[in-house]
Write a protein that binds this ligand. Structure first.
Ligand code: B16
Ligand code: MG
Length: 223
């Protein structure tokens, strides 16, 4: 029986990806690295330091900087990102999400956030939906980023339910892989081919309908 929902933040509840990507793009340019669209897309859902490492790798600069320099670059990127976060309002909640949260509340489902972003509480406050959630995984406590299952396992622990009692929502390939490795039902939002490991896929958040997702979830449990 469905008892809880677990949500990624960026790309699922709101679109902060464009802010992340433009801040990374600025930093990459300063480092003399030019990123193509595929390389930028590969950063979705990936933690701050892992994103920086990937960018340096794309630019052939993986061994060029000390840990302290890398920390400085990441802090610089984050400062740019946080500036953009300050402009977020409740209007930036993605379509379909307010109804989904409402339907979940009506069913008394527990709701938890599994975002790699250390800025998640700030973003949820700006969106005005912080109080809708029963918990947020603190990404500072994680040893491994997505696609490792750790973040979704921790989120599930926060719900207090079993893997087959929750549904998790993701927009990133690494995120869907993380959910599946945690043994949970995955809803993928975005490209069908890219997110093919998910149990249920929709092109956009506007297409999310809890009752429809639940039908597929229950069918799967009944197997
Ligand atoms: P921060 P999600 C992820 O959020 C973003 O998709 C990714 O681009 C970002 O690097 C990561 O959070 C870390 O964010 O620098 O704010 O700690 O998709 O897991 O909600
Ligand atoms: Mg995401």
């Amino acid at each position: 029986m469905l008892k809880g929902l677990i949500f990624d933040l960026d790309g699922v509840l709101t679109d902060t990806a464009r802010y992340h990507l433009s801040a990374w793009n600025n930093l990459a340019k300063e480092l003399g690295i030019s990123l193509n669209q595929d390389q930028l897309d590969s950063l979705r859902g990936i933690s701050r330091m892992d994103s920086l490492e990937l960018i340096l790798k794309y630019g052939g600069q993986e061994n060029k900087y000390s840990e302290a320099e890398k920390e400085k670059f990441a802090a610089e990127k984050n400062a740019k990102f946080v500036e953009q976060v300050e402009t977020i309002t409740p209007k930036d909640i993605l379509p379909g999400i307010p109804q989904l949260l409402k339907d979940a509340k009506a069913q008394n489902l527990k709701m938890v956030i599994a975002s790699a972003s250390k800025n998640a509480p700030k973003i949820l406050n700006r969106l005005g939906i912080m109080d809708e959630f029963d918990g947020i995984v603190d990404p500072a406590t994680l040893h491994h980023g997505k696609p490792d299952p750790e973040i979704y396992e921790k989120a599930q622990e926060l719900t207090g339910f079993k893997a087959d009692e929750v549904i998790s929502f993701e927009d990133a390939k690494a995120g869907v892989e993380s959910i599946k490795a945690a043994g949970q039902f995955a809803v993928g939002i975005g490209d069908k081919e890219l997110l093919k490991e998910a149990d249920y896929i929709v092109p956009s958040t506007a297409d999310l309908k809890l009752s429809e997702i639940e039908k597929v979830f229950e069918k799967k449990q009944g197997k």
